[in-house]
Design a binder for this molecule. Structure first.
Ligand SMILES: CC(C)(COP(=O)(O)OP(=O)(O)OC[C@H]1O[C@@H](n2cnc3c(N)ncnc32)[C@H](O)[C@@H]1OP(=O)(O)O)[C@@H](O)C(=O)NCCC(=O)NCCS
Length: 177
């Protein structure tokens, strides 16, 4: 098993993993939508994305993409979205291991907080807890407010996250929220 940052030339493989994983869990239409999103996030030089992946025998089995979440003060906050573990590799600790690896590296790079919009049952295992929207407003109206969650890195606290967040343009679309 090899977990590392994905290279730009691996964008197509990353997009394919998202397409296949979300097709299996949510159907072909959502699979294509998330695959296209991953491709766009990794191909917008003005809004750089960081993608970490796990390879098993040179096959990409899990990937997660981080982009900047702009907030109204000088914290370095990143939005984790999307995350996928290939169907045959799910429920074996791979998703948690990949996010933990990513958190260690991003913390070393000075990132103060991670924010995501996902299933708290999974992300609570990684230390994510709910954000109140009057504290940090999401980029778009939330259809599932309980999914708006964050995890401070290093010594940072939750109270520092304030204001209105804005995200990469590819994610700034009501369909994802
Ligand atoms: C959600 C996902 C990323 C989790 O990765 P994973 O490698 O399967 O998860 P892990 O093995 O690290 O952790 C699993 C634990 O998290 C918890 N969990 C809660 N909700 C979960 C969910 N929807 N899927 C998987 N685990 C979930 C469970 O406690 C589970 O433990 P259990 O199997 O003993 O019940 C992966 O299953 C996946 O890609 N699913 C399809 C795409 C998706 O829904 N992505 C959502 C993120 S954008």
């Amino acid at each position: 098993m090899n977990t590392r940052q994905a290279e730009p030339q691996e964008t197509a493989a990353v997009a394919q993993l998202f397409t296949a994983t979300f097709t299996a869990s949510e159907g072909a239409s959502e699979g294509k939508q998330i695959g296209d999103l991953a491709h766009r996030l990794m191909s917008t030089p003005d809004e750089p994305a960081i993608c970490f992946g796990t390879w098993q025998d040179q096959q990409l089995t899990a990937a997660v993409i981080f982009t900047e979440l702009r907030v109204a003060h000088p914290l370095q906050v990143m939005l984790l979205s999307p995350l996928a573990v290939a169907p045959n590799w799910q429920r074996q600790g791979n998703g948690q291991a990949l996010v933990k690896h990513s958190m260690d590296i991003l913390q070393e790079q000075g990132v103060s907080h991670l924010v995501t919009y996902g299933d708290p049952a999974f992300y609570s295992k990684l230390g994510f807890t709910p954000i109140r929207e009057h504290q940090l407003k999401a980029p778009q109206p939330l259809s599932y407010p309980r999914g708006w969650i964050a995890r401070p890195l290093s010594e940072h606290g939750f109270d520092e996250l304030k204001g209105t967040a804005s995200c990469a343009s590819a994610l700034d679309d009501p369909q994802y929220w």
